[in-house]
Design a protein around this ligand. Structure first.
Ligand code: MN
Length: 230
């Protein structure tokens, strides 16, 4: 078969959409670091002195549709970070906070899985975080629920159960940068595009996972995310 490409083009990465047979195609994944004060403190930082910041994962790191996540290579300390995911439907640069929510297609539940040992080493050496944060299958993500069905969640529980026990719990109203502020600031650094996901940060309680663990994440008003570490 003839083709315009010298190798097969990569598959479109996508996540399911609540109440729709069509899917949300994923472009880039931006993550906000230390966006809950209690989590900043548990990582040894002072949230009053350091504003949140961003890092990225490739779209190919998505694990979705209830699939299992393989325990990653070269780490003995893989942590869970439960987060609300913001799905961008309309792109833009220098978006003002008061217009930011117009750019949101919907919301979901995600896990910013982290090789904490490799991240710690990178921090110590002043190196990039990619090996700690952007590895294969590091971004489990549940269904994206359109704004028309869930509104714009600004308060409500963000919770992670591991094998049925609560490990992380916080409230969206504890975000240091709320969703409009995050979009506004991020869009001054990068031109946002449709399909971009923003992992909005994790509440306190991060900790290690092991093979066999079942992770069930929830954000009030959104469908749960479930994955098993294998
Ligand atoms: Mn995170």
């Amino acid at each position: 078969m003839s083709s315009n490409f010298v190798i097969d083009p990569p598959a479109v990465i996508s996540v399911p959409v609540t109440g729709d047979t069509r899917r949300f195609a994923v472009n880039r994944i931006y993550c906000v670091g230390r966006n809950y004060a209690d989590h900043a403190r548990e990582m040894g930082h002072d949230p009053d002195r350091e504003p949140p910041f961003f890092f990225m994962k490739p779209a190919s790191a998505i694990v979705t549709d209830g699939k299992n996540m393989d325990f990653p290579s070269l780490s003995n300390d893989v942590h869970h970070e439960i987060e609300m995911v913001v799905a961008i439907g309309k792109g833009g640069a220098n978006i003002s906070a008061d217009k930011a929510l117009e750019h949101v297609y919907g919301y979901g539940v995600g896990l910013d899985m982290t090789r904490r040992d490799l991240q710690g080493e990178a921090k110590k050496m002043g190196r990039p975080w990619d090996t700690g944060k952007a590895f294969d299958q590091s971004a489990p993500c549940g269904e994206i629920t359109p704004v028309g069905q869930c509104g714009h969640p600004a308060k409500g529980s963000v919770k992670l159960l591991v094998n049925g026990e609560v490990r992380q719990e916080g409230d969206l109203n504890q975000l240091i940068w709320n969703v409009p502020d995050t979009i506004a600031y991020l869009s001054t650094l990068f031109t946002l595009e449709p399909g971009d996901l923003i992992y909005s940060g994790t509440p306190a309680g991060v900790g290690p996972v092991k093979k066999g663990d079942v992770l069930e994440g929830s954000v009030d008003g959104l469908p749960n995310l479930k994955t098993k570490i294998i």
